[in-house]
Design a protein around this ligand. Structure first.
Ligand code: AKG
Length: 311
């Protein structure tokens, strides 16, 4: 017979399974894109959907995401596996004050997984239509919380960070608080996805990786031709969202306010993506097992399908 004391010790040694609020209001809105929306996305590289979440959906996303972030933050780990290092960034003194970043919450919190998968018919479908692909898988999700007085997010593009290479990777950025000019809303360089794509081909199918560091303008070391490019700020109300191409240059302002700016994001990829050798969010164990140019990220347990176009 096990004593009460041993039982308590046993329970506290088990991995945490976070209690999850029941999912009552997933994203099931019927949002249809027009051809003009799709053409505009392909021209400028991003698309904004005001009120992607209804007020009750927003409340649920906030409850679920913030509870998962709090849980991870208390255990002080950014990735879904403890003791993994961040291979995408270098200047942590600065980067840790760009935002509180918690990656792949879906892997440790069932509520987040349910929330994302339930939303697939809307979010995944929009991503598929914008990119013209049949299947959308989750590469990762990230809660990105710009704390009061946080640093700006330097200009960058996403795809060079990731462990697969696709010209059809796409992210959704969902505002969980109002994102304003004052608290660090997103900024885009419309059309820059075409420049980065051209350079990818010109440079033998490679991308230069620009870290999110202290210098906003580091991006121009790689893309000097974009120095005179116009940029747009994209403030949005909580519950609204933007989709952006993995090739698009984007960033976010500093948070100049004593309030928080929170966003939930999903980084999405097409089917049949092949490992390119980059670690990004992969664990040390995965890195030992994956073969460059051979391993494919099609395991539904690791990269779940968010949306598949009906045949
Ligand atoms: O939220 C931010 O500050 C930046 C977000 C971003 O770079 C992204 O979602 O790709």
């Amino acid at each position: 017979m096990i004593s009460k004391y041993s039982l308590i010790r046993l329970i506290s040694a088990l991995p945490t399974i976070t209690p999850t609020p029941p999912l009552t209001v997933p994203v099931t809105n019927s949002i249809s894109l027009t051809m003009a929306d799709i053409n505009s996305y392909r021209e400028i590289g991003y698309h904004v959907i005001p009120n992607l979440l209804s007020p009750s959906q927003l409340e649920q996303w906030r409850t679920i995401v913030f509870s998962a972030v709090k849980d991870r933050a208390e255990k002080k780990y950014k990735f879904s596996t403890v003791n993994e290092e961040d291979h995408t960034n270098i200047d942590f003194d600065y980067y840790d004050n760009v935002f509180t970043q918690r990656v792949s919450l879906w892997q440790t919190h069932n509520s987040v997984k349910e929330l994302l998968l339930e939303s697939g018919g809307v979010i995944g479908k929009i991503a598929a239509e914008l990119e013209g692909i049949d299947c959308v898988r989750i590469w990762c999700d990230q809660a990105l919380i710009k704390e009061p007085f946080a640093n700006p997010t330097a200009w960058h593009l996403d795809i060079p960070y990731w462990s697969f290479t696709s010209l059809h990777a796409i992210s959704v950025w969902i505002a969980l608080d109002d994102a304003t000019l004052e608290n660090g809303c997103m900024y885009f360089m419309p059309g820059s996805h075409k420049v980065t794509e051209r350079r990818y081909y010109a440079e033998n199918n490679t991308f230069t990786e620009i870290k999110i560091g202290k210098n906003l303008s580091d991006i121009f070391n790689a893309y000097p031709e974009l120095k005179t490019w116009q940029t747009v700020a994209v403030p949005m109300k909580a519950g609204s969202a933007s989709f952006h191409s993995g090739l698009l240059i984007h960033g976010a302002g500093a948070n100049m306010t004593p309030g928080r700016r929170a966003a939930m994001t999903i980084q999405m990829m097409p089917d049949n993506m092949v490992f390119n050798g980059k670690q990004n969010i992969l664990t040390k164990k995965q890195m030992n097992e994956l073969q460059i140019g051979v391993s494919v990220f099609n395991d539904d347990n690791l990269n779940p399908i968010l949306y598949k176009k009906p045949c």
